[in-house]
Design a binder for this molecule. Structure first.
Ligand code: NAP
Ligand code: G4F
Length: 344
């Protein structure tokens, strides 16, 4: 039985990866942060099957201890301050966790078990102001946020430890991936949650920022499979994981509303744009400057050809199904919320 250590196990990807590795028979260790109220996040439903270790990416001693306890054969470093907008508000914490934190994890591996295979959660945000379309493993980087800059450090230090010390260290350059477990501050979940509330009559409209930015959106469940595949190869390498399709935020809104039978008509431009329910003329989407970023990543589009060829990875959940799954899940959660509120 192989041992695995997952940082960020309570997050979206950590939870799907933990499920996958448990299914494959791994002994799963996960690091979690101490909080005033114990919170297992997205792994509440499988918490009895996981060995939790209190640690923090900014505390190398705690990571060394996590390696000693877990004796991990495979380490998946998913922990991060992962919300781009927050990285302008907390640039130093973002760098401590997303940049220096990666070196902390690599040093812990080097000290305790250098034979362990290591996965680093790199990101399409590193392409930022994109230098070519679509983006591949060879596209030059140009990050546009403190988050993107910190992640680029994590990417290069992973490559550097591979080349300096011969560690089996891989980076997955993952494009946006979402799910029913996505945090509600990210645009997709913010939209599907609002669609559910508007449809069930407990919210009037949603407020969004840049409607024109384009993302290459896949489902987290497909993407964690790619992480595992990367660590099963003979030699470590870096791979782009994406769908090779890109859509605007506006298209995501339209698809989500369409699933609950609401057609959106658009009026105005930029900060004056609104989305209207075509049936009754109600404003259901407003643009608010507050949600615009100091610097934007206008478009992301990834080419996963290398991962498809070398890892045999394929995306199984198409865009329409991703949106449907998220909306259906939020429709149920909101219905439950209304039921409980009415019982009180
Ligand atoms: P997420 O849901 O925000 O999860 C982040 C995880 O990191 C949480 O478990 C969080 O723990 C943990 N964490 C944060 N700061 C920590 C610290 N100082 N020490 C230990 N743990 C800490 O993110 P995700 O969407 O699953 O993404 C997983 C990874 O992939 C992240 O590194 C992200 O940057 C990267 N990535 C994501 C995408 C995407 O589209 N989802 C794309 C490319 C790359 P708490 O529960 O305690 O907050
Ligand atoms: O959902 P988002 O916040 O994700 P973003 O910034 O693309 O970052 C995500 O994907 C990265 C991979 O490329 C990950 F590395 C990162 O950890 C994270 O998972 O925003 C998507 C787009 C942006 O262009 C944003 O400006 O949606 C636009 N947007 C428009 N209105 C909004 C909103 N984003 C948010 N969060 N909230 C809005 O109201």
């Amino acid at each position: 039985m192989k041992n695995t250590l997952i940082t960020g196990i309570t997050g979206q990807d950590g939870s799907y990866l933990a499920e996958l590795l448990l299914e494959k028979g791994y002994n799963v260790y996960g690091i979690m942060r101490r909080k005033s109220v114990v919170d297992y996040g997205n792994v509440e439903h499988i918490k009895d099957k996981i060995h939790f270790i209190y640690a923090d990416m900014t505390d190398v001693i705690s990571l060394i201890s996590a390696m000693r306890i877990s004796q991990a054969d495979e380490v998946y470093n998913l922990a991060a301050q992962s919300f781009v907008a927050t990285s302008w508000e907390q640039p130093i914490a973002t760098a401590d966790i997303d940049a220096a934190g990666v070196t902390n994890m690599l040093e812990a591996i080097r000290t305790v078990k250098p034979s362990a295979h290591f996965y680093q959660a790199s990101t399409s945000e590193m392409f930022g102001l994109v230098q070519e379309m679509p983006q591949t493993e060879k596209t030059p980087f140009y990050p546009r946020s403190p988050y993107g800059v910190a992640k680029l450090y994590g990417h290069w230090i992973t490559k550097n430890y591979r080349e300096s010390y011969g560690l089996y260290a891989c980076s997955g350059i993952l494009f946006n991936h979402e799910s029913e477990r996505r945090g509600k501050e990210f645009v997709t979940r913010k939209i599907t949650d609002a669609v559910a509330r508007i449809k069930q009559g407990i919210q009037e409209y949603m407020e969004l920022g840049n409607m024109d930015s384009k993302r290459d959106w896949g489902h987290s469940k497909d993407y964690v499979r790619a992480m595992w595949l990367m660590l099963q190869q003979e030699t470590p390498d870096d791979y782009v994981i994406a769908t090779n399709e890109t859509r605007t935020v506006r298209e995501f809104v339209e698809t989500a509303f369409a699933h609950v039978g609401i057609q959106v008509k658009w009026q105005g431009e930029g900060v004056d744009e609104v989305g209207i329910n075509a049936e009754n003329g109600q404003v259901i989407v407003k643009v608010n400057k507050k949600f615009f970023r100091p610097a934007e990543v206008d478009v992301l589009l990834g080419n996963p050809a290398k991962a498809e060829e070398k890892l045999g990875w394929t995306r199984e959940i198409p865009f329409a199904e991703l949106v449907t799954r998220m909306v259906d899940n939020d429709m149920s959660l909101v219905a439950e919320e209304i039921k409980i509120a009415n019982l009180k």
